[in-house]
Design a protein around this ligand. Structure first.
Ligand SMILES: [Zn+2]
Length: 248
């Protein structure tokens, strides 16, 4: 039995039997972890509010070989995001993030980039909840990119020409990029402005990205949302259950 100490983000928690809770966490050191908190529902639980969704915590757990479910030994709050989780719109975005992280992150596989990206996205929502649509886009792009499922929008997959800054591009059914000449009006179009905003995700954090994406026209914002939604549906082979991906 190994004792693991790691920083973690609580994604969801639900009741188990009379007094326990199951907590799904994205941990920095051990990836996606399902953990049982014994006695967490008793009045004087030593876990307190540490297991509320979207708390940033320091988590200590016991890991048994060949057992997926781990047992929490200790959980201390580093930052409670309780205020955020109590705002309906933000709570919905958080539920969406939790769902997709649960779908994309393989269990017990540490991914520091994913951890930092999810944490930065939740922090951005906590700083400014009216950026929620843009933070969602940022999260989606990076989730797909880290999974190797995001097309780089720099060159045409057909003729290899580098896209000009002011060029609209096309995506075929397999999400391969095409220049105007090769795409020939078929597939999904991405305007030059949308493409520049997508590329900006590579260089900036979620809040700075929100500033960039806010300047897009309503049409381009819809195009962006439809683009990431399409890639997500393609990756999951179904629509996300938390149905807010296209909301504005
Ligand atoms: Zn081309």
């Amino acid at each position: 039995m190994a004792l693991v100490t790691t920083e973690a983000i609580v994604l969801r928690s639900y009741n188990l039997a009379e007094a326990d809770r199951i907590v799904v966490c994205l941990t920095r050191g051990a990836g996606l972890v399902r953990a049982v908190a014994r006695g967490a529902r008793r009045m004087k639980s030593r876990f307190g509010a540490a297991l509320e969704p979207f708390s940033f915590i320091n988590l200590v757990f016991y890991e048994k070989e060949n057992r997926e479910l781990v047992t929490i030994s200790q959980a201390d709050i580093l930052k409670s995001n309780f205020d955020l989780a109590s705002q309906p719109e933000a709570a919905q975005v958080l539920a969406y993030i939790a769902e997709l992280v649960g779908d994309f992150a393989p269990p017990h596989e540490a991914n520091d980039k994913l951890y930092r990206m999810v944490k930065a996205s939740v922090e951005a929502l906590a700083t400014s909840s009216d950026t929620s649509n843009q933070v969602m886009r940022y999260f989606e792009v990076w989730l797909l990119r880290l999974a190797g499922l995001f097309p780089e929008l720099e060159t045409c997959a057909e003729c290899n020409s580098h896209f000009r800054d002011d060029e609209s591009i096309y995506l075929d059914a397999d999400a391969r990029t095409r220049c105007h000449k090769c795409g020939g009006r078929f597939g999904t179009v991405l305007s030059a402005a949308t493409r520049r905003a997508v590329i900006a995700t590579k260089k900036v954090g979620p809040l700075e990205f929100a500033d960039v994406a806010d300047k897009l026209s309503a049409k381009d914002q819809t195009q962006f949302a439809e683009f990431t939604h399409r890639l997500l549906v393609r990756a999951l082979e179904r629509r996300p259950r938390t149905a807010i991906a296209l909301a504005h």
